[in-house]
Design a protein. Structure first.
Length: 96
């Protein structure tokens, strides 16, 4: 089992969620804020079995791929990605 933490930039989140839902993938959506830009983004929590990881990554990729944006900040121009994913092993999942 894997636990996926996906930080998605605001403009792509609706399409990502719609696509995940269409594919019956369970998610929890959390409003979050990037530490560097201090602007809003969205964090998705997704628990899945190992076989489901590729499908989740593919869905996020197809809705965020090639969406890197150049933004001017105090430190010069930076490139913000469409999504940042952390995929971690999950020992146990309990649904009560
Ligand atoms: P922010 O922290 O607001 O970062 C926005 C963008 O600013 C980053 O885009 C990156 O291009 C740049 N940036 C961030 N920290 C920097 C630094 N110390 N020096 C120079 N440039 C920096 P992304 O890398 O695509 O990240 C987008 C958002 O994803 C981040 O928003 C943050 O909310 C999250 N994120 C990215 N990497 C993370 C990590 N390793 N741990 C936790 N959250 C992360």
């Amino acid at each position: 089992m894997k636990f996926i933490i996906a930080i998605i930039q605001g403009e792509y989140i609706n399409k990502v969620i719609e696509d995940l839902m269409d594919n019956r993938i369970r998610i929890t959506k959390i409003a979050s804020t990037g530490g560097f830009l201090k602007s809003g983004n969205t964090t998705l929590l997704i628990g899945t079995d190992d076989e489901g990881v590729d499908q989740v990554v593919e869905i996020i990729k197809r809705n965020c791929k090639g969406k890197k944006q150049k933004i001017k900040s105090e430190d010069g121009e930076i490139e913000v990605g469409g999504a940042n994913l952390f995929i971690v092993p999950m020992d146990e999942y309990i649904r009560i």
